[in-house]
Structure formats: structure tokens, C-alpha cells
Design a protein around this ligand. Sequence first.
Ligand code: GLN
Length: 489
Amino acid sequence: MTGSLRTISDRVRDGSSSAVAELDRCLERIARDDGPIGSFQCTGADAARERAEAVDRRIAAGEDMGPLAGVPIAIKDNIVSRGEPTTCGSRMLEDFHSPYDATVITKLIEAGAVPFGKTRCDEFAMGSGTEYCAFGPVHNPWDLDRVPGGSSGGSAAAVAAELCPASLGSDTGGSIRQPASLCGVVGIKPTYGRVSRYGLVSFGPSLDQIGPFARSVEDAALVLQAIAGEDIHDSTTIDSPAEDFTTSLHEPIEGLRIGLPSEYLDAHNDDAVNAMVHAAVETYRGLGAEIVDVTLPLTDVGIATYYVIGPAEASSNLARFDGIRYGRRVEPAAGEGLFELYARSRGEGFGPEVRRRIMLGTYVLSAGYYDAYYKRALQVRRLIRREFEDVFRRCDVLLGPTTPAPAFRIGSISDPLAMYLCDRYTVNANIAGICGISIPAGCTEVDGKPLPLGLQLQAPALGESTLLRAARMYEAATNHHEARPGSNA
Ligand code: GLN
């Protein structure tokens, strides 16, 4: 057991442990347990040890770094850092070493944390199972035959298997909340602009946000606190007053208005998922919250809208990986020219799902189709935003499932559309730019094994304090977050 972030930082600060010792504890666990899970692409041990030694030196010099001092935090493989390669789960970037650190890495280091390693993800963060990682899939620690969710599956699985106390992921349409749900950990998709994207390899820059995974709401809040804030390197970051997300965590939620959208209790959801939502409603009622019945009819068009906007942005972002400016270069054969160099480099560098997104995106942006698809998707985006604004006049947070079903078997979903529908309940938060969290909400037994279910809460833009307080109160009332893979099998 690696302990809560406060326990770790307390022992690092009082000298009974050290940042190096905490890092070594994680590296040992990874060496021992990660083989069958495969959550790490690399551990970056050398760079991480240097960062940990620097923390120990700062502590020895009398600096008080607060609750992240010496806490090892694993990083998704699409966030650049100087010490280790960044592959984005793609052959295209197999040998890519960034010359700079992402802002979130710099901020974690400033806060005394030790960012380390790279966790596996779907190629360029496109997927819902981490099966589309060019270097091998990640396995769910609760059942190794199943996916951990995606695209930040490595970050979620590593925290669930207690290989590290916290990690970072990115969420464009659900890639933090969905794997958090399937792995039984906490995952936060912050408000768009809350956290700098500088150094996150772009997928859909109007949708992407970096956020934390941890085993409790408080731990996740502490990491979010450290990485949030305006950044001159990312003009979309919000200049909001510094907030302490942890101060109000333990305040009662009596009178809090919790909206229950009827669309979230869909007949196509797994029965256990709907039962979990009903039980959560009762828990919140017991805590004194007011449950408000609401409707969000545009839930149904979220996936269609996302799969126009996301691929459109991806197709133009990924144009830079052409074998010349960035990425794998495959030399043309004799007699061939520049076009073949591009085509071969991109054809060999990108996997099938990334190619599909590039084709979709190029299609919806092309002359003659732009108005019918891309422009219309932007109009629907505005309607989705407005729908949330309206509903948040009647309630403070929204409650529902994170995913329609628990973790599926590796290789069991071959239809891309079926895969896309895993994000039915998560994409609209990205489309609207609001914040969301997935928290452990108990298990359902499938084939004799317990599989975690996640409860999703959503709050308006910059509503993280309320979101986290509501999540923390559920956690305290249920203790579902204490269930670990194997412990109740
Ligand atoms: N699963 C979604 C997709 O494939 C979301 C990915 C993400 O949030 N990065 O696009």
C-alpha cells in the first residue's frame, strides 16, 4: 500500500522517508507487478531519480513543499517531458524525445512531486480500451482479460494496481473518466482552460484537458491544485483566482441540488449501472441533497458531434507528422519523390484508428462537406453548451454513470461505432467545456469477478470546488474507493 498523498508527503517531510525512497518503492512494485498489466511504456528511472534527489535536497535545505513533497506521479505517454521519450502510443513517435517539459510537469516539480515514467495510452489518445497502443495493450488489474478503458488506460491501471499513488491523463471525450470508472479509481476532467495544455500532444485542442487519477477525491484534488492555473504558453488557460480545492472538501452537502438527467438512465445501460445510479441517488438523499429530475435531450447527439469536431481537429493537428518536420521517416524508393515520402511515413507510422480519424476529419473539412458536417457540428456544440447552462440553473451538479457498462473483454469490440459509444456520457462535458469526475461506485460481478463501476458527477465551468465536495461526500458515505483489485475477489 503506497498510502494517501498526505501520508507520503508527511513521511518525506519529517525525514522518515525520502523522495528517492518513495520513487524506489514504486519502481519495485512496477518491476514486480506490472508485467501482466503493461501499464508503463517506460519508467524513466534515471530522470525520475534525479528529480527525486532534487526534492530531497530542497527538503534538506529547509524548503517546505507541502502535500505533494516526494510524491511519485506517473505521466501519460502523450505529455512531453525532457527525461524520457514521449511516444503517444505510436510508431510515428517511437524515438521522439522532447526538448522541453510540459507545463504540468514543471508545475508538479515546483510542488515537490516527482513526475516519472510514461504510461501507455491509445495511439494519439484515440480509443476507449488502450488496445490501440502500438506497443501492446494494457490489461485491467481487476480482470487481466479485460481492458482498463482508454485512452489513458495505463495511468488508470497503474493507480488501481497501486504501482503509483497518482498519475496524469488527458481527456478529450472521456479518456480520464472512462478508464477511471473501469479501473475503480478517481479521475477528473477539469474545466476547459483550467490546466495548461502546453506540452500535451494535441488531439482535439478545443476539447483536450489534462487531469489527475488517484485513489481518493482528496488525492486527486491535491494533484489538480498543483497543475491548475493560467499559463503564458497556453492562451486558452483561464485567468481565474487561485482556489484551494481541498478546503471545502469536507463541508456538508446539505441542500446541494443534484440533477438526475433521465437520459442517463438508459435502457441500453448495463442493469448494474442503472442500479448503481439509483443507489447513489439514495446515498445523496441520505446526505441531505435535493434530487432534481432534469432532461438533457442532446445527450443523444454528443457522439455524432464529437466524431466530427474531434477528427476535424485531429486531422489538421496530425498533419505535422509527415516524416520531415516530426515523426517516423520512411525513405521513398528509387524514382519516388516527396509525396511518397509523406505517404510511406504516415502510412507506416499511424495505426488503423488514427488513419480512420484523419480520413473522417479530412472529409468533414473538405470543400462541399464543411457546411454539412463541420459547421453544423459547431452549431450543435453551441446548443449542447446552452443545454448545460440551462440545466445548471436548476441544479449544482449532475449525476449519472460514467460509462454504460463495466470493462469489456480485450478484443471483443471490433465495430468502431460500438467503441465510440463507450463515451456516450462523457463527450458532452468536453464539447461544452465543463468539468466532470468519475468516482468508484461499487462493483458488479461478471464471470465470477468483481468489476468496478464509476459514478460521474459534472459541474459548470470552474465549478470544481462544488464537484469535488459532492464527490468527496459520496466517497465518505460509501467507502467504495477502498475496494482494490483482488481484495474482494
Ligand atoms: N474514446 C474517445 C476517443 O476515442 C475519447 C478519447 C479521449 O478522450 N482522448 O476519441
